[in-house]
Write a protein that binds this ligand. Structure first.
Ligand SMILES: [Zn+2]
Length: 367
């Protein structure tokens, strides 16, 4: 039978419990403390309280610092993942009309109203870029472009002559390119947004893009007074087959995890509604970029003067708006006012002036 513990019989290793004060602050077995001892005790208790208070403050500050550090790290990681998704995960080039998930790691585009050049408040999500109707052929020479800046050194890139037809490659869900298709003339994109890893694209397209940015600056289109605080800049350019493959596979795994019981084919079908299979993204050509002024790609970009300016003038630099609003059926991609594709001025003008998309234009060329 166990004997209940006796507080006064705690074994030989313990000192007798003779120093605990009773409720009057007096020692139970020792004589009452002298006033000096009482004062010393009070001083000791006060000092201990101060120490405890100080330690609590130090602990609190340390916790706050650790919390701040954690928040900072999480922010950095989330932004990194967002940038990685943006850099590799544009999800537009599928065979179903979908919304581009580019920059999907970023928050939705800023909706702060801004005013256009006439002082009218622009409400994101309402306006659209309207492509012009068919126009007669015009002089496509450098002089005829009427640039406000000196872009002569870039003319051979904007308006290639000998290699005029070299940039008409069509990549979409029906026209995939292989894993081995990797451009050998990739260079860094000068106007990559500063919070992104330097983007790459093919040199002729990048040179033409440099010209576009010089002229955009001359036309007052490079103000940092934008929803994101970043001026018009490139958020994504070349993406490798491997990157796209990795992203697509990751999405499939995620879908299977979220939907137990789904087959791989079911998961892939779902992923195809927001991402493109490797080999079917135009970004693998190194001939296109995503550029806008928002924190993340969003159709509301179309409401800003930069989008309008780009849509109306990009052909002069050899670029086309690749996924126009009225060509969703033809391209299989939802409206992307931020995605521009280099084809050279001659073809860009034909496409723009006739109001075609690349699929229709190539079909027209093929008779
Ligand atoms: Zn894109």
């Amino acid at each position: 039978m166990n004997q209940s513990p006796n507080r006064n019989n705690r074994g030989q290793g313990y000192p007798p419990r003779t120093t605990r004060p009773n409720t009057n602050g007096q020692n139970m077995q020792r004589p009452p403390l002298t006033p000096q001892q009482m004062a010393a005790r009070r001083a000791y208790i006060a000092r201990r309280k101060r120490e405890i208070r100080r330690n609590r403050i130090i602990l609190g500050v340390a916790c706050a610092l650790i919390l701040a550090l954690l928040i900072f790290l999480i922010t950095v990681i989330v932004r990194g993942i967002g940038a990685a998704i943006a850099d590799g995960g544009e999800t537009t080039d599928t065979n179903a009309p979908i919304t581009d998930m580019l920059d999907s790691g970023n928050p939705p585009a800023d909706t702060t109203p801004i005013t256009d050049t006439q002082g009218n408040i622009i409400t994101p999500g309402t306006a659209e870029v309207v492509l012009p109707a068919v126009q007669p052929d015009v002089d496509l020479s450098y002089e005829a472009m009427g640039f406000a800046s000196d872009l002569k050194d870039f003319e051979k890139y904007m308006n290639p002559t000998e290699e005029r037809d070299d940039y008409l490659i069509l990549v979409n869900a029906q026209n995939a390119i292989s894993a081995a298709d990797k451009p050998d003339d990739l260079v860094e994109v000068t106007n990559t947004r500063t919070d992104r890893e330097k983007q790459l694209m093919r040199k002729p397209a990048e040179k033409a893009l440099q010209a576009l940015y010089i002229e955009a600056h001359a036309q007052g289109m490079m103000s940092p007074d934008t929803p994101s605080g970043y001026p018009l800049s490139v958020t994504s350019a070349y993406r490798s087959y491997e990157t796209q493959n990795y992203l697509f596979s990751s999405y499939v795994q995620k879908e299977m995890g979220n939907n137990p019981g789904w087959t791989k084919a079911q998961a892939e079908a779902k992923v195809e509604t927001y991402s493109c299979r490797p080999g079917t993204s135009e970004h693998q050509t190194g001939l296109c970029i995503d550029m806008h002024t928002l924190s993340g790609a969003d159709v509301s970009f179309a409401n800003y003067e930069q989008a309008t300016w780009l849509a109306e003038n990009c052909w002069k630099f050899g670029y086309i708006l690749r996924f126009p609003k009225d060509k969703v059926k033809e391209t299989g991609i939802s409206y992307e006012p931020w995605h521009f594709r280099f084809v050279g001025r001659y073809h860009a003008y034909q496409i723009w002036s006739q109001g075609l998309c690349l699929e229709e234009y190539i079909a027209q060329l093929n008779g």
